[in-house]
Design a protein around this ligand. Sequence first.
Ligand SMILES: *Cc1c(COP(=O)(O)O)cnc(C)c1O
Length: 237
Amino acid sequence: MSTDRKAELAANLAEVEARIAAACRAAGRARDEVKLIAITKTFPASDVALLAELGVTDVGENRDQEAGPKAAEVPGLRWHMVGRLQRNKARSVVGWAHEVQSLDSARLVDALAKAVRAARDAQIRDEPLDVLIQASLDDDPERGGCPLDELGALAERVTHTGELRLRGLMAVAPLGADPAAAFERLARAGEALRKDHPNAAEVSAGMSHDLEQAITHGSTCVRVGTALLGGRGLASP
Ligand SMILES: *Cc1c(COP(=O)(O)O)cnc(C)c1O
């Protein structure tokens, strides 16, 4: 059973790897400029363990309640929070996440900084938390993200905490629009951010269906769920 699943995941991973490599080649970029994060939400920890055996190093989840136990079950990986995050989950998230990619409000900056400080005081962690600011490319507050014209102010707030390390930007392409144009806007926002924050070099963009366009437009990190693990069904996020 798990041998079958491992073979299935290996085949999917090989296919995703080939797509990333081809997109990098087409864009004249080196393969190692783009990191793959396996988005394992709704799939069991056993799948995460198999992906780790196949060489996956980075995994992402979108719900704290689900991710915490999984991260505890499969140690040795780098865990990324990529979903909407409520302030009251900050303390729990800093217990398992190495990076939060979905930071999109001043209140969340303050809550995460406070949680990291508490975790350091309690000697639960000794590192600051890496964060990406999630940029809104569709001006739809329901889908999360910071408006592009507010990124600078939010970035300043992040760097002043001392507990959070600003690594770059993340975005989800708008529904029903050309992803290439959206990724281009994100790339320009990233360039502008790096004028004041040269270490904020990460651009997390591209999912199963649009990773090629994202890589063409400068993504340094693709977040792939369906193409690696299969469909999540109708009820899941
Ligand atoms: C679920 C999710 C993904 C992965 O999406 P797929 O289409 O399954 O590859 C990427 N990013 C975020 C923020 C997600 O919630």
